[in-house]
Design a protein around this ligand. Sequence first.
Ligand code: ADP
Length: 332
Amino acid sequence: MFKSVVLKLTGRYLVIIMALSIGFSLFLYKVYTDELNRTQYLQGTFFNTAFPGGLPGFDAFNQSQSAETRERLFSNLILFNLVVLIGGCTGGYVLARRTLRPIRDAFVAQSRFVADASHELRTPLTAMQTEIEVALRDNQLTLPDAQALLRSNLEEVAKLRDLSNNLLGLARQDRGGISMTKISLRTIADDALRQITPLLRQKNIHAENLVEPLTIKGNLSSLTELLVILLDNAIKYSSSDSQVKVSTRRQGAMVSLAVTDHGIGISPEALPHIFDRFYRADQSRSKAKASGYGLGLSIAKEIISAHHGDIKVHSIVGKGSTFVITLPLAQA
Ligand code: ADP
């Protein structure tokens, strides 16, 4: 399909190029022949005045010369247009490919995303369907069995809700156009830490807040979401009773915001992929399988790029990870 669209676009480019080239050639031919006729006329008048009897054979010679010049001009213009046609074909094809490549890449990424999302949606739905079907076939289903089934279904429903929230988050970031205001990093950190307090309590993890009140230009809810994603991961991939830290460091016109944990760490093989949509590193290293869909960090990355920032990760397996976000400071 990509090839046929490229060929169509090449055809359109070629029509424009050839219309310009033929138009230019016709114009040139007209101007040149008019000029030739004028010179021929002036030469004739001059010779008729200078030699009232006329020069024998002059008119015939003059006419054959101008006919030959016209023919030469015509064949040169045909040659020129052939060269433009060949050049236009190759150039147009290269240009069309180059123009359409980002659109094709976005299309491929979009289709892969839809396929991955439907796969992720299908898994909990199939689990629920199977459980319900088995329960319905069971004539001796007791109330405690039914309650256990409902509890399990509720868990799957909660997963589906999280997934749809994540997908909505990604769609929102993809659409772009978020409003930016001046905000203090301290406000963002306080908001994010408040949101994840129940998770911290659940695992008895202590969060150290060393964020300075530096001002950046950004969207409060997106940046809070970003920090919640990183803190949520820091807690998820750490064992109980450990520590996480959020800190800032000013570097000229930029500020780096770091989230550090002492959790399971990320292997060097997994590191290049953790920002890919739906990527989840091998969970067998963690004792309890952490929940998630592998969408958190891709949402984080989209938020950071909307704020013209950057994110880097330093991680040692078994020792912990530090995610460092660099953002431009707001101008005073
Ligand atoms: P998930 O929902 O799986 O947490 P993310 O996109 O947030 O999805 O993260 C992708 C993967 O990166 C995770 O599955 C995990 O393997 C790894 N990861 C992210 N943050 C951390 C962390 N702080 N410590 C260890 N591994 C992490």
